[in-house]
Design a protein around this ligand. Structure first.
Ligand code: NOJ
Length: 793
């Protein structure tokens, strides 16, 4: 079933049926002032931290409520509804709505009983409050008298957990006031050191009633769908004291036929004076459209740095808008706040963040650089990464996983084997995109003590693995590798990490050669060859690579096993790293296709663990075909697509893209449940009764891996040190497609012809009328604006 569609031109997704099978969300603002909102206006907001700066309540794991509601009541006939379909939930035969989720804003248009409302929600650029602007229009033929009720349910503590569970305390710390068109809520009024303020105000109209006490507004034994004050047509002018607080402002509106009026509600963590200043900024509501334009310009100018026109609308929507936007959201928000992440992770996961960076490098390498510096400064001087980089990370002064204080604060008692190795693919991407090779000489502190150049940091990351090799000459798995659930310990070995190390050596050799350090390159080359030999000797099993070896030498991911016989990641990473010989690549990737592919994506392994479990295979804790226990983990789909493009299989790469693309499920939302415009963390696979159902929306490393696979793999846009390589790997039935790409400050308009229907291989390349050899366009050949013709086959 379909609930909406993509509007590519406006970079929006339009929800046309509001009864979506899960809350379909969007992000507003930034963690400085963050807001998440569903198509039914459910969601919450906070300042800086979803856990410690929360001012709107949201009931996780429940119905999608409460939210940012504006109720509309007909003062003459007593009927009432809401600007979003929920919470009142009128019959959808009479109530029509279209929710526009866009880049940094959500606009919900609703029509009911000849009244059209349009409610725009956004956080203005660089501001720390939110705006809800409602336009209300009388489309009928008789005059109408309406009342609008803006509603927000405040938390009673900035700390989300305290607000939710410590009721004997937090219920008695807050109260509300009404002053000049706004409700003010104060927490800990008598202790200035602890005091905090929130406001909910109205601009553009006079307030005719208010409620600051939630239970008075809702009334006894009522819910958000039928609040007493709305039903009465008049707020009770209540204020809370030792009860739950809320902000409700009533505005009465008379409308002649065809007439439209507008009002704005403003919300944030300000005391009276700050709140009044915010309100006065909206004296003239024309400022709202200006602020909306600013938001669009900000986001669209980033996204427009790479745009494609291919025969696939699905791919176009993903590359041009939604996958790219999800990359930014994941980059900015990490795993901090969503409808599943309740804001309790007090920092950035090392591997997640270093990978998230990859997703935005092609669109904003400057933004990427800042975060990359931070992550390098979270590398311990022994070369490993801190599993969790706290939001108040203090380079040079942090503890390490060997240190009780760090463990107490973060809950991470061990190193992971993979963390710092993610720096290699990310750093090289940054260098090639930006051309800023001086970065390799930049001095950055280690997290615990000392400092080193970026180049030395990389070398030290190799050393961390080299200091921790197992009996087969491969890196040990420690507390986890990419897979959170694989505990291979200090002696068991991980093939995933072996392939990462393989790739890391290659990247390091490139950088060392580029920096004219032949001894370093030779050192890494010798180690690479040793690793290569060990992989070939111990890890290749006829037609697949194994996943690892436990401390007692049990082989994980052997065809001989009863369960978890074949794993996806070792096959794709063998190809990505370059460790697989061409015949191995073909055999292993075919085996994946035959044994792990489903219509909804490719499983992490198969069959699921049911017998072999703890202490090594923690994923056995999950139901079969779920998450790491043989679910369709979404992040590896990107590596799979990229690996297929590397061996020239454009048809298969594209098939894998279609399998996992959220847009492919736009008309099967009843199966997928999640938003069809963003990836989730995983999809249930074939041993689940709910095969195809996706979970954990938005904040997932999938955004970056799939983005990279589409940009570099399928579209073949591959920045290099001295230019831009164009090497598409596409479905053979694509005859022509085009791209616009900014690279090192130049614009390239690229037209690709594939009249012979090949999957890969550039035969001619012409830039500004001049033919060049090969498929690499040297920077020296680029003007400000370039016409590039590429011929495949
Ligand atoms: C989700 C975690 O955030 C990520 O770090 C991990 O790699 C995957 N799960 C796989 O276990």
């Amino acid at each position: 079933m379909q609930y909406g569609y993509f509007d590519e031109k406006n970079k929006e997704y339009l929800i046309t049926k509001p009864n979506t099978p899960a809350p379909w969300a969007n992000y507003l603002g930034s963690p400085e002032y963050g807001a998440i909102i569903s198509g039914n206006a459910g969601g919450y907001s906070f300042v800086k931290s979803g856990a410690n700066g929360r001012h709107i309540r949201y009931h996780f794991n429940s119905k999608d409520e409460p939210g940012r509601y504006i109720y509309v009541r007909d003062l003459e006939n007593g009927d009432y509804w809401s600007g979003s379909w929920q919470p009142v939930g009128k019959d959808l035969e009479q109530y029509k709505s279209v929710c526009h989720h866009g880049t940094g804003y959500t606009n919900i248009v609703a029509e009911y009983d000849s009244i059209r409302t349009e409610t725009l929600y956004y956080v203005p650029m660089n501001k720390t409050y939110e705006v809800w602007r409602m336009k209300v229009r009388n489309d009928g033929s008789k005059p109408r008298k309406l009342a609008l009720f803006g509603f927000v349910e405040f938390t009673n503590s900035n700390n989300y957990e305290q607000d939710t569970v410590n009721l004997q305390y937090t219920l008695f710390t807050s109260r509300t006031y009404y002053k000049n068109n706004k409700i003010l809520q104060v927490i800990n009024e008598n202790t200035p050191e602890e005091q905090s303020w929130r406001f909910f105000g109205a601009a553009g109209a006079e307030v005719t009633g208010y409620d600051g006490d939630r239970d008075t507004f809702l009334g006894d034994y009522r819910g958000y769908g039928n609040p007493a004050s709305v039903e009465n047509g008049q707020c009770a002018n209540s204020l809370n004291y030792n009860t739950n607080s809320c902000g409700v402002l009533q505005i009465n509106v008379d409308l002649q036929p065809g007439e439209e009026k507008e009002v704005a509600f403003l919300l944030g963590q300000y005391e009276e004076q700050g709140a009044s200043e915010v309100l006065s900024h909206y004296k003239d509501l024309a400022v709202v459209d200006k602020e909306l334009e600013e938001l669009k310009t900000f986001w669209h100018s980033k996204l427009n740095r790479f745009q494609v026109q291919t025969p696939s609308d699905n791919l176009n929507n993903m590359i041009n808008t939604w996958n790219a936007y999800q990359c930014f959201i994941t980059f900015i928000w990490s795993r901090a706040a969503s409808f599943q992440y309740c804001g309790l992770r007090n920092g950035l996961g090392y591997r997640d963040t270093v990978q998230d960076i990859q997703g935005i490098i092609h669109l904003d390498h400057e933004m990427a650089l800042e975060r990359l510096r931070l992550m390098i400064s979270a590398q311990v001087s022994n070369g490993g990464g801190l599993p969790l980089v706290k939001f108040d990370h203090n380079p040079g002064h942090e503890g390490t996983p060997d240190d009780p204080e760090y463990v107490r604060e973060t809950g991470h008692p061990h190193y992971r084997a993979d963390d710092a190795l993610w720096l290699f693919p990310t750093v090289i991407k940054y260098l090639n995109e930006s051309g800023n090779w001086d970065f390799t000489d930049e001095v950055i502190p280690y997290s615990d003590r000392g400092e080193a150049t970026v180049y030395e940091h990389l070398r030290q990351a190799l050393q961390f693995s080299l200091d921790r090799m197992g009996a087969h000459g491969m890196p040990v798995g420690l507390h986890a590798d990419w897979n959170d659930c694989l505990r291979l310990g200090a002696k068991g070995e991980s093939l995933f990490v072996a392939f990462q190390l393989y790739m890391a050596f290659k990247v390091f050799i490139d950088i060392a050669q580029n920096k004219n350090k032949p001894e370093d390159a030779a050192w890494a080359q010798t180690l690479l060859e040793e690793l290569d030999e060990n992989i070939q000797k111990h890890a290749w099993e006829k037609d697949q690579f194994v996943r690892g070896f436990t401390e007692d030498n049990y082989t994980i991911g052997s065809w001989e096993n009863d369960e978890a016989k074949i794993w996806l990641n070792p096959q794709s990473w063998a190809v990505l790293s370059g460790a697989a010989r061409p015949d191995q690549a073909k055999l292993a990737m075919d085996k994946v296709y035959e044994n792990l592919r489903t219509d909804y994506g490719t499983m992490l392994f198969y069959p699921p663990f049911r017998k072999y479990g703890l202490p090594v295979a923690l994923m056995a804790l999950f139901n079969a075909s779920t998450k790491e226990n043989a679910g369709i983990f979404s992040q590896p789909q990107g590596w799979l697509i990229l690996a297929e493009t590397m061996i020239g299989n454009g048809d298969r790469a594209f098939e894998y893209f279609l399998d996992c693309s959220p847009a492919s499920m736009n008309d099967k939302a009843e199966i997928r449940k999640l938003e069809p415009y963003v990836h989730g963390q995983f999809v249930e696979s074939k041993d689940s009764p709910y095969q195809g159902r996706a979970h954990v929306h938005w904040l997932t490393g999938t955004a970056s891996t799939v983005m990279v696979s589409l940009v570099e793999g399928i579209m073949g846009i591959q920045p290099q040190f001295d230019g831009l390589r164009i090497n598409p790997c596409v479905p053979s039935d694509w005859k022509t497609f085009s791209m616009v790409r900014e690279f090192r400050g130049k614009k390239l308009n690229i037209q690709v012809e594939n009249q012979n229907g090949v999957e890969k291989g550039v035969s001619r390349l012409i830039i500004n009328g001049k033919e060049i050899q090969g498929n690499l366009i040297p920077v020296a050949e680029m003007k400000d604006d370039n016409q590039v013709q590429v011929f495949m086959g």
